[in-house]
Each structure stands twice: as C-alpha cells, then as structure tokens.
Design a protein around this ligand. Structure first.
Ligand SMILES: [Fe+2]
Ligand SMILES: [Fe+2]
Length: 192
C-alpha cells in the first residue's frame, strides 16, 4: 500500500478476506457505524474512524489466541500506516494488548466496542428485534444485570467513558444512533 491512506474498500476487502463469519462481519459494521457517527459529530475524519472500526478485530476469526498482535502483523503485511495499526491494537488494551488508547479515536473505539454488544442484545429483546426501538434507558436498565449480555464487561465501558470525558449516557446514545444508521447491514432493522 506504500504511503496510500487506506479507504473503506481496502478495509472491506481485508475484513472479508479474514472474516467469513456473519456475526463477526456484522460486529465490524456496527463498530464502523458508531465510529462514523461520532467522528461526524465531532468534526473528525469520518473515513479514518470508520476504516479503523471495520478492521479492529481483523485477526479474531482466524487467530483468536493471537488477537490484537496478529492484526498488527496482517496490517503491516498489507502496508497499512502505523497510525491505523496502533489504533486497531489499542482497542484490546488490558485484554489482549498493552497499547493504551491515547487519542480521541482510540479512546472512543475502546469504549464503544463493548457497548455495541450490549446494544445488540438489548435490540434482540425488543418485540420488534430492532435497534430502531432501543433507548438509552433500555440499555441502562440492563447495566447491573450481570446475566444479561454476560460477555460484555461494563467496567471496560465505564473506564472508557471516563477516558473519553463524556457522560456514559451520551456515549450510549451515540452508539445507538450509529448502529441505527447501519441497522440493515447489521441485521437489526427488525422483523416488522
Ligand atoms: Fe477485539
Ligand atoms: Fe470488537
């Protein structure tokens, strides 16, 4: 890729090459949607935020035991810029990487990655099974219910929100809105 800045198509090509599982692709589209929404709201580079959202879990399907570190290898092989690689790897800070989120993009990615999972599960218990019917309140209601979306570590989201410096409620709202923008692609447009 040389000095070329990766665009959405580059990211999609890589995502599809390394991730055949439907749920993993949908997770990538969800994170992309939220990253784009928040970038736009902040007047940031929407394409860059979205591209990093798409490839943040690039290695997860084929190299789960090397999650994060293998993403660095794969992106380096494809000549991706260090800024993009660092950002992708930082999403697993404290879990599968020791690269702490530093800039706004990285901090937001770290926070909303887990949050998208909570919004998916909240969507699926709506009668419509649609993300269009999810509210901030419905997500907050499930916050302390540890059996609900048990795989979602709430403490990571809370720590992330503190780093971003934005109230948790606002980040939940942004995550819902970003996912609503891509509802069709993530299979949460509803059954009605
Ligand atoms: Fe991950
Ligand atoms: Fe993820």
């Amino acid at each position: 890729m040389g000095d070329k800045i990766p665009n959405r198509q580059d990211a999609l090509d890589l995502l599809h090459k390394y991730n055949e599982t439907d749920s993993l692709r949908k997770h990538a589209y969800a994170v992309e949607g939220v990253m784009r929404h928040i970038a736009r709201k902040r007047g940031q580079d929407e394409e860059k935020w979205g591209v990093i959202g798409l490839i943040h879990d690039l290695d997860y399907e084929k190299f789960p035991s090397e999650h994060c570190s293998k993403t660095r290898v794969l992106l380096e092989e494809h000549g991706w810029p260090e800024e993009y690689i660092r950002a992708a790897v930082s999403h697993g800070w404290g879990i599968c990487s020791d690269v702490a989120p530093e800039n706004d993009l990285e901090k937001v990615l770290y926070t909303i990655d887990e949050l998208t999972g909570l919004v998916v599960t909240t969507s699926l218990i709506r009668p419509s099974k649609s993300v269009m019917d999810v509210t901030v309140k419905s997500v907050k209601n499930k916050w302390k219910d540890k059996r609900f979306a048990a795989g979602v570590d709430r403490s990571v989201i809370e720590k992330g929100a503190q780093m971003v410096g934005v109230p948790l409620e606002e980040l939940i709202e942004d995550t819902i809105k970003g996912m609503q923008e891509v509802a069709e692609a993530i299979g949460l447009k509803g059954i009605a």
